[in-house]
Design a protein around this ligand. Structure first.
Ligand code: AP5
Ligand code: MG
Length: 220
């Protein structure tokens, strides 16, 4: 089972890079933010629980998030491996992932940190539009869609995430970056952390991510 963790601050480009890497490795992306947004949209009990935290820019409690992730990992399409986007976000989540993988005789192969300075994160999030069907990300200045308001890939409508309002962006930065540092430390201690410069164009970042994933010995 190949498990690649994509780490980065809100807006670093995890959701942009994850599908590119998924094509390369031919394993699915599991993005807890996308799973939570689908639950909110479908008004499930999980969505009702998660919504308040997401709207406030806070992390959803570990217990809820870990249960969601473990359920997703147990689905058949995850058996060969996954690219994790947005999980783990706390040290407790990282430890829960390690234990769940150990039960399958597996482990995280590499944790790729996409590094982007804070001022650029705010610019990226405040100009982001994503598609309703699959969450494909666009940026109104740096990567606009070919047809305004429509996804290039699936033609679905583009919208702005409610947590991309300026006040919530500030809350996400203030409340989540400390936990990210703990997760970075967790993987650094295990010598699994590899950083890439996320300030370069999307394709250049993708090539850098591919290089570190190849160097970690993950075959395609
Ligand atoms: P989540 O959906 O994971 O959001 P996030 O971590 O805040 O990250 P984003 O999705 O905002 O950014 P991204 O890194 O994917 O950037 P993107 O590629 O879109 O989580 C949302 C919420 O759910 C959390 O706040 C929390 O409440 C909850 N949650 C989720 N997981 C959880 C967990 N494990 N535990 C607890 N709670 C959890 O790119 C951003 C923009 O930049 C786009 O416009 C894009 O086009 C542009 N861009 C990307 N790359 C480049 C580039 N190289 N150059 C120029 N522009 C670029
Ligand atoms: Mg994302």
């Amino acid at each position: 089972m190949k498990v690649v963790v994509l780490l980065g601050a809100p807006g670093a480009g995890k959701g942009t890079q994850a599908p590119l890497l998924a094509d390369r490795l031919r394993i699915p992306v599991v993005a807890t933010g996308d799973l939570f947004r689908a639950a909110v949209r479908d008004q499930t009990p999980l969505g009702t629980q998660a919504k308040g935290y997401m709207d406030a820019g806070q992390l959803v409690p570990d217990e809820i998030t870990i249960a969601l992730l473990l359920d997703r990992l147990s689905q058949p399409d995850a058996a060969r491996g996954v690219i994790l986007d947005g999980f783990p976000r706390t040290r407790v989540q990282a430890q829960a992932l390690d234990s769940a993988l150990a039960e399958r005789d597996a482990s995280v192969a590499v944790a790729v940190l996409v590094e982007v300075p804070a001022e650029e994160l705010v610019r990226r999030l405040s100009g982001r539009w994503i598609c309703r069907a699959a969450g494909h990300p666009y940026h109104e200045v740096s990567s606009p869609p070919r047809v305004a308001g429509r996804c290039d890939i699936d033609g679905s409508e583009l919208y702005q995430r409610p947590d991309d309002q300026p006040e919530t962006i500030r809350a996400r930065m203030a409340q989540q970056l400390g936990a990210l540092d703990e997760v970075i430390a967790h993987y650094r201690e295990a010598d699994l952390l590899r950083a890439v410069d996320g300030l370069q164009p999307v394709d250049t970042v993708a090539a850098a991510v591919a290089t570190v994933v190849d160097a970690a010995g993950i075959d395609r």
